[in-house]
Design a protein around this ligand. Structure first.
Ligand SMILES: [Zn+2]
Ligand SMILES: [Zn+2]
Length: 444
């Protein structure tokens, strides 16, 4: 007899199929067997009354620090954090030590992921060798080994000629190029947003223009390549007219929203993502020199937050990501100028997005789930993010009404650099099911 699991009576939200109704989900042999009213006795049943049953959440931007900084996070500890956060798939950034820049490195991540046996782990590869921004890495071999895309995340590709080559080259393998949009010459040695607070705190600032300038430049590059491949703006478009796929990582300012809005209107093949910290925190949080608020791109202003929320309401933002960036306490205890950038938030990002977007009514549940399942799946080009019959049974069960306090000491992640400790939030992951197996259960 085949292994069956029945999830009874939940609110099933499957945005890719336009489903939002109270019903049951039957899993058999690790796959979705049926959705609807199912009267059947199975080996195991989960009562999901009052809960949300959604496709397994997908986070396309996490840092698991292996190889190189295993004391901060490993693929194994990061995977445990992922399923505790409701994520059945995550995408690791390649800025490890050494970076993921060839076929063997990609295979290394996959091998470690199989061993961890928690969540599905994908990796991106470096755009340039050593993340130095000069010479292209072995993108073709990495794509063949299963890298889902390329980025030098941690910094942007500064040289436009290198970026142009990377975009053209990536289109041959139908993988996406993601950019940490920041012009180093404008950003200089900044450690927080440049403005009133950086001035009174006496800290070097990162001008928002550093992000805007690089995003603008990249859009011109994408446009240029598309125009050489029969790209027709708007009216006569076939959608995605060329194979280039460009993704702007963690956009944080109003200026970027405007650029994305205009680019999407012109059918430029661009997608983008937003983090919880750029929706919930501002530069003012740095006022006490607490390095848990030091992040790159830096925390901006409430005006930027409003612009990002407006963009989300309009459907301009494709994915919600944590940019989970674990760091050692000893490093974060350094002074603000020298401490590393980053926030570890994989385990609480769902609750944070609920706080930022559902509670104030910016969007509803199906829209939120879509930006955490189907749309990110499309960006990385994997057949996931839906509850269609026959698909692998990756499912997250969420209690939308459960209230709790975020406690970093309960994190499965190895790191605690999280400014949300003690925050009261609503919305808890009850169960995370990966390939039909329950890999996380709340309270266990
Ligand atoms: Zn980044
Ligand atoms: Zn990152």
């Amino acid at each position: 007899m085949s292994a069956e699991l029945l999830i009874k009576n939940g609110r099933v939200i499957d945005p890719a199929n336009g489903v939002d109704k109270q019903c049951d989900v039957l899993i058999a042999d690790g796959k979705i067997a049926a959705i609807g009213k199912i009267d059947k006795s199975t080996q195991s049943t989960i009562d999901a009354t009052g809960k949300l049953v959604t496709p397994g959440l997908i986070d396309i931007h996490v840092h698991f620090r292996e190889p190189g900084d295993e004391e901060e996070e490993t693929i194994s500890s990061g995977s445990a954090a992922a399923v505790a956060g409701g994520f059945t798939s995550v995408v690791c950034m390649p800025n490890t030590k050494p970076p993921i820049e060839n076929e063997t490195d990609v295979e290394y991540v996959h091998r470690k992921a199989r061993k961890a046996r928690k969540t599905h782990i994908y990796t991106m590869g470096a755009i340039t060798k050593g993340l130095e921004g000069v010479e292209l890495a072995e993108m073709g071999f990495m794509a063949e080994a299963g890298a889902v895309g390329f980025t030098d995340d941690g910094r942007g590709v500064q040289d436009p000629a290198v970026m142009l080559r990377a975009l053209k080259y990536s289109s041959m393998f139908n993988v996406f190029i993601a950019q940490h949009c920041q012009d180093d010459r404008i950003a200089g040695n900044g450690v927080m947003n440049s403005g009133y607070y950086s001035a009174i705190l006496g800290l070097p600032g990162i001008d928002p223009l550093a992000e805007q300038a690089m995003l603008w430049r990249d859009i011109q590059l994408v446009k240029k390549i598309c125009s050489g491949t029969g790209f027709q703006p708007v009216k006569t478009r076939p959608r995605w007219p060329c194979h280039i796929r460009y993704h702007a990582q963690h956009i944080s300012i109003e200026g970027s929203v405007e650029l994305i809005r205009a680019a999407k209107k012109d059918s430029i093949p661009i997608t983008c993502e937003v983090t919880p910290h750029h929706l919930l925190l501002t530069e003012e949080n740095c006022a006490e020199y607490d390095t848990n608020y030091k992040v790159n791109p830096p925390l901006r202003t409430s005006k930027d937050i409003e612009a990002l929320k407006q963009a989300i309401a309009e459907g301009l933002i494709d994915a919600l990501v944590s940019d989970h960036a674990p760091h050692l306490q000893s490093e974060k205890e350094l002074e603000f100028l020298t401490a590393p950038f980053g926030i570890a938030s994989l385990e609480c990002s769902l609750a944070l997005f609920i706080k930022a977007l559902i509670e104030p009514g910016v969007i509803d549940w199906p829209r939120l789930i879509e930006m955490m399942t189907a749309r990110p799946a499309r960006i990385i080009g994997v057949d996931k993010g839906t509850l269609s019959a026959g698909k692998q049974a990756d499912i997250t069960i969420i209690d939308p009404d459960a209230e709790y306090e975020i406690d970093v000491n309960k994190f499965h992640s190895k790191s605690r650099n999280c400014p949300y400790h003690g925050w009261k939030v609503k919305g808890k992951v009850e169960k995370t099911i990966v390939g039909g197996e329950i890999r996380y259960s709340c309270g266990n």
